[in-house]
Design a protein around this ligand. Structure first.
Ligand code: ARG
Length: 562
């Protein structure tokens, strides 16, 4: 039930239609303090039409509003304050949550439309970075949110598995590499060769020529080059998958940049057909002056195609394959310009669906206030971060609940969940600092705090050891009011998160719900045998269910004991 709409309708009816429903609806506020009711209507809007002072209008409105459906309706200066009927409200919300269980909050707005999400997309032969972690967890949560609201998300890992750097890597490997070394520690060794190449090519520019030759060979399908490339790709992918497994995240497609190699000619052809290609110092570009953007470099002097050319092919391929309603790219804010160019070129190519292509940018993670980068050596190895988080979780679990049976599994869910939650509770464009000890705390605004609250709710239910009946759930306890209102707001919160592509909306919601429930629990006794026991247990079960599902939308597990 849309209570705000109910209030708007009460106002419009009392005014005999002198105000439009939508106007009334948009004006309604949510008072800051609970003693001012659940909704407030400011009467200033009516002063001109009614030629009366707002205070007076408020008084008169209170008299003409049908009060039956409310607990009370009061005038407070120029405002009309509405207090909802707690009995009816609690019954409706608790029944909805209990009956719909995991489907509470499901929506159909997506109408089964397909939404490819380009996410994670690390580069072969380099360690997966904190930026790629952000892309992975934000993309995964958006996929969950889209699925919940009736879309069909397609999670695509657009691996960085092509480009001139592979020429350098092959040359470096041929010079200094060893098969044994790579087998023992693939990513680190490959990175080491690559870094060494960049050091030595300063003094020996001929290395660059060799690298270019290797990349050319690779593009021409040379056997040795292709074999090495495939090997680098597969060992890298193995180490990425190890991290994805730990995070509990899967992909629907691993089509990386290389997949589009045989689709580039068509891109160039369409560009030519639209007369978009211009020569500039031997290279082929698309001028984007009218978009106030730098030209897009499509083909280099030596004919090699570029990152954006492969992205053009990928965008077209996705439209053809999925006939998407939206196509998302969860990629750091440093690539904002790239995606502006991509959209602009698609538009110039005559694809009106370019309007459905959205870059979902995000801010940087810093470590003690400093930017992380491969070159500066300030790399954080994600695998290690996750393992450390799991260890920290394990220590805390052991001190809180030494007898917990599946302690290792729970430690994994809590440690990994803490890292994911910490990332998602920040609005995605905000940069944030990463300090593991803050992330894995059981108090404060953390994932473990939400998980712990949910586990506590489960433990209350275990203690009660009763089947909760759904037909006796009127809970008029004012201590429960805030929690009931949060429960009721879950569906609209999900829609807001999807519309804004903002998982932090859900993370913040989960924190608020958990906090309000802990306050309720501190002030009201749940396990007392009286006629409200079932209603209180219904509240506890509803909180447990909604917290679990909110966490699931973020990609975080909810252990029932910890
Ligand atoms: N591999 C790129 C990087 O690490 C990200 C790719 C993003 N996706 C895309 N379709 N451009 O910077």
């Amino acid at each position: 039930m849309d209570y705000k709409k109910q209030v708007a309708e009460s106002i419009v009816t009392a005014l005999d239609g002198q105000l439009e429903l939508q106007v009334a609806y948009d004006k309604i506020e949510i008072p800051k303090a609970s003693n001012l009711g659940d909704f407030a209507f400011p009467t200033f809007v009516l002063a001109k039409t009614l030629h009366k002072a707002p205070q007076m209008i408020a008084q008169e409105l209170v008299e003409s509003i049908d009060q039956d459906v409310y607990e009370k309706v009061e005038a407070a200066g120029p405002y009309v304050n509405f207090f909802l009927d707690k009995s009816a409200f609690s019954q409706e919300v608790l029944q909805a949550v209990l009956n719909q269980a995991d489907h509470y909050g499901d929506a159909t707005v997506g109408q089964n439309g397909k939404v490819p999400i380009d996410m994670s997309s690390p580069n072969i032969a380099k360690p997966i970075s904190m930026g790629h972690l952000r892309s992975t967890v934000i993309g995964n949560s958006l996929a969950n949110l889209l699925a919940k609201t009736g879309y069909q998300p397609v999670k695509i890992n657009h691996l960085g598995d092509w480009g001139t750097q592979f020429g350098k890597l092959i040359e470096a490997y041929k010079l200094w590499g060893s098969e044994e070394e790579v087998k023992a520690d693939p990513i680190n060794k490959l990175l080491e060769y690559y870094v060494r190449f960049h050091k030595e090519d300063k003094a020996h520019p001929e290395l660059d020529d060799e690298a270019r030759k290797w990349f050319k060979k690779l593009e021409d399908g040379d056997e040795e080059a292709t074999k090495l490339w495939q090997w680098f790709r597969s060992v890298s992918l193995q180490s990425f998958k190890h991290i994805y497994d730990k995070l509990g995240i899967t992909f629907d497609s691993y089509k990386g940049e290389a997949f589009y190699n045989d689709k580039m000619d068509e891109v160039v052809q369409i560009l030519e057909d639209h007369n978009l290609l211009k020569e500039s110092q031997g290279a082929e570009i698309v001028d984007l002056d009218k978009y106030n953007l730098n030209p897009a470099l499509i083909k280099k002097t030596d004919g090699a195609t570029l990152y954006i050319t492969r992205d053009l092919a990928a965008a077209i391929y996705r439209k053809r394959t999925y006939d998407f309603v939206q196509s998302l790219y969860v990629v750091g804010a440093e690539q904002i310009n790239h995606f502006k160019q991509l959209k602009a070129v698609l538009k110039e190519m005559g694809f009106d669906w370019s309007d459905d292509v959205h870059h979902i940018p995000f801010g940087l993670i810093t470590l003690n206030g400093k930017k992380l980068s491969t070159r500066s050596g300030r790399v954080v190895l994600l695998d290690k971060v996750l393992d450390d988080a799991i260890d920290l979780a394990k220590q805390q679990i052991q001190s809180k609940n030494p007898d917990l049976k599946n302690a290792d599994e729970v430690a994994h869910e809590v440690g990994v969940g803490a890292v994911i939650f910490h990332d998602l509770k920040n609005e995605r464009m905000n940069s944030f600092d990463f300090d593991l000890s803050e992330v894995v705390r059981f108090e404060g605004e953390t994932g473990p705090y939400v998980q712990y609250t949910r586990a506590r709710a489960e433990s209350i239910l275990r203690k009660a050891n009763k089947q909760v009946a759904t037909d006796d759930v009127v809970l008029a306890d004012p201590n429960a009011w805030e929690t009931l209102k949060y429960l009721q707001a879950f569906p609209e919160t999900i829609l807001r998160a999807v519309n804004e592509y903002e998982p932090s909306v859900i993370a913040k919601y989960a924190l608020h719900l958990a906090k309000s429930f802990n306050q309720y629990y501190a002030n009201s006794k749940v396990l007392v045998e009286d006629d409200q026991l079932n209603a209180r247990l219904a509240l506890v079960q509803s909180v447990s269910s909604v917290l679990k599902n909110a966490l699931a939308l973020l990609g975080v597990k909810a252990p029932s004991e910890m």
